[in-house]
Design a protein around this ligand. Sequence first.
Ligand SMILES: *Cc1c(COP(=O)(O)O)cnc(C)c1O
Length: 368
Amino acid sequence: MADARTAARKEILTLSPYVPGKPADEVKRELGLERVIKLASNENPLGPSPKAVERVKGMALQSHVYPDAAGFRLKSKLSARYGVSMDQIVLGNGSDEVIMFLGEVFVGPGDESVMPAPSFPVYKTAALLMGGKPVEVSTTSDGFLDLEKMVASITPRTKLFVLCNPNNPTGAMVDRKGSEYVMKNVPPHVLVVVDEAYAEYVEDPEYGEVLPYLEQGRNVAILHTFSKIYGLAGLRVGFGLMPAYAAALLNRVRLSFNQNAIAQEAAIAALDDQGHVLRSRGVNNQGKEFLSRSFASMGFKVYPTWGNFIMIDTGKDCLMLFQALLKRGIIVRPTAAWGIMTALRITIGTQEENEVLAEALKEAIKEV
Ligand SMILES: *Cc1c(COP(=O)(O)O)cnc(C)c1O
């Protein structure tokens, strides 16, 4: 039977479906396990703020009412917190939606988007969907962004210059000098996009956050999410801070009700609970130290990290090691999808989860 298959845009055929972390329930079902520890998607092991949970319950009664399309309450909160005006904020159904908006607005057929590799896969999707060309620049052997090479890859066709800071999956950060270098050397026809999904975990005074450049009126878009330290991944809340002209353009492609009402209110409550953020960062710092030490003592290459995850290279086939850990009830992220065949990205969990993981890894590695 004839169908409309051949009518699909050719760009669609260049996309590969996103491979998410394996859900814990699926593993329980498939392997008949009672307890499964998921350290695959960089979720907050402490869960959401209890205050956000209370707000979600209260909002359920308002489920028949459309969300505020302008997101006034959340934007006011973010405007005060980041010192930007409300017309510089774009709300997204997760920050990955904002990445897609950036592609839709700025990238046309044949246009280029410079990005690190390995990194968050949505940057590539956003370019490919529009017929653009992702220009991927390899990170250094320790997983740091090669900023000089990235800048050298800019051409007259470049529309977006994407940094992920800290970088997922390697964990490395861009420091102040790095950000300054980028802001000084990227030409004005290119929008610098900095994904700061893990910024709240960074305590290093050398962290090169780019908000000051936005405040100076520079051409930079900053992405943030409530999915990581705020523990609201299931609700889908993210946002971008950018020059007002860019926000106005993105709002043309944004659907009115892209961010749901419950998510908006939960995000506000989560912002008000900085105690939860502090505790989450504390648990992460402790776990980072414990796991880095454990992994190094097992003889693995440990990539330096500023996020809530650690990439390690074990020298063993990562898909087999992934399966061996799965059998033991632990889900991690093999890096095969990034073309790295011997590494794992492991989310830092609670102390107890980290200890279970470390023991399981010692056993699993003997099997592969
Ligand atoms: C998790 C993540 C995001 C966004 O997540 P959303 O859930 O879509 O808000 C964005 N960038 C990076 C690098 C991430 O790791």
